[in-house]
Design a protein around this ligand. Structure first.
Ligand code: DAH
Length: 351
């Protein structure tokens, strides 16, 4: 009777647990629910452990059978939990994967990488053309002495360009260079002929800022000194350079002009790119566009650079970079280069 009592009691307990578990597992929806059930049924404080403790009370001959019931239920519970965990994990993983799937039909996102400023783009192009003709790049200082900017370049002491109106002085005899020509005598001091250099850089002038002139602008200077350099070399080089720069066969005109550091000095004009010479707004009805200053290096300047004008001769030229862009790209106002207006800058995507 007592034996039967234990047996019944154990069976009841086990059946109750089994059906409770069956209800619980039926409700499981995710792997974390399985974790909770593992703790609930198989944990140290779970009902199966309690039954195990109760085994001590069971008469010895009944104990193995009772122990087996408990163990069978424990194994059954673990097996069902494992099985349902495996299926749930697989479903969860595939749901996660399909959530992460890249939709290749979505439109791409635009990236806006930086780009070179149109001035830099244009300078790069000019440098490339001269590099292909054997010129190398030198850079002079933005802040320089009166000597290299003026005196060594044969500017008479009372030359108007030395006037405070045109030049920003930093201190007595120290100034912001008014042109890239300040490189000329420095290069002559450092190198022996043949000298074949170009020098891009900023120039500064104390002028009123307008659509056509600025206190701050860019120039590129060229200098070629060797034995027997003549005007013909200058013409040929300029024609070749300008044709490459404007990507067409340009027609040039060399007009006498005065620069203290060249003799003879001249201004180079281009046959108008817009009207071809018949007269339009761009060329102010003249049919020609001023593009650069040039000339044969003055003997005094060669001497200042330690070069004997009896043996060597050379040519030099200088041009404004902004001016080239005004002509090539139809930019109307030089101030737009430094306004930093994205709408302006974006017109020049570059490479
Ligand atoms: N430095 C001159 C200017 O800024 C331009 C120039 C003219 C440069 C004649 C030269 C040259 O090298 O030969 O207006």
């Amino acid at each position: 009777m007592r034996q039967l009592g234990f047996e019944l009691f154990m069976q009841q307990q086990i059946e109750t647990l089994r059906s409770e578990f069956a209800q619980d597992i039926a409700k499981v929806a995710a792997t974390h629910d399985i974790e909770a059930l593992k703790v609930k049924y198989l944990g140290k404080k779970g009902p199966l452990q309690n039954l195990m403790k109760f085994l001590k009370e069971v008469p010895a001959e009944q104990r193995p059978a009772a122990g087996k019931w408990i163990n069978d239920l424990k194994e059954e519970i673990s097996a069902r939990l494992e099985a349902s965990e495996t299926t749930l994990r697989a479903t969860e993983e595939s749901a996660k994967l399909s959530a992460e799937k890249i939709d290749i039909t979505l439109p791409g996102r635009n990236r806006f990488p930086g780009r070179k400023h149109i001035i830099t783009q244009t300078l790069d192009e000019m440098i490339d053309i001269f590099a292909s003709m054997g010129f190398s790049v030198q850079v002079g200082p933005d802040i320089d002495t009166d000597y290299y900017n003026f005196e060594a370049l044969n500017f008479a002491p009372d030359h108007p360009a030395r006037d405070m109106q045109d030049t920003f002085y930093v201190a007595k005899d120290v100034l912001l260079r008014t042109h890239t020509s300040n490189i000329q005598v420095r290069v002559m001091e450092m190198q022996k002929p043949p000298i074949r250099i170009i020098a891009p850089g900023h120039a500064y002038r104390n002028e009123t800022i307008t659509a056509r002139s600025h206190v701050f602008f860019n120039q590129i200077e060229g200098l070629y000194i060797d034995k027997g350099v003549t005007f013909a070399d200058l013409f040929a080089t300029m024609d070749e350079f300008l044709s490459k720069l404007f990507k067409r066969q340009v027609e040039t005109r060399f007009r006498p002009s005065y620069f203290p550091f060249v003799e003879p000095g001249m201004e180079v004009d281009l046959r108008c790119l817009t009207c071809g010479g018949s007269g339009c707004n761009l060329c102010k009805q003249t049919g020609w566009l001023e593009i650069m200053g040039a000339g044969m290096v003055h003997p005094e300047v060669l001497k200042n650079g330690g070069i004997d004008p009896e043996i060597y001769s050379g040519y030099a030229w200088g041009m404004g970079v902004e001016r080239v862009i005004l002509l090539r790209n139809g930019v109307k106002d030089i101030r737009t280069f430094t306004d930093n207006d994205m709408r302006f800058l974006e017109q020049f995507p570059g490479v």
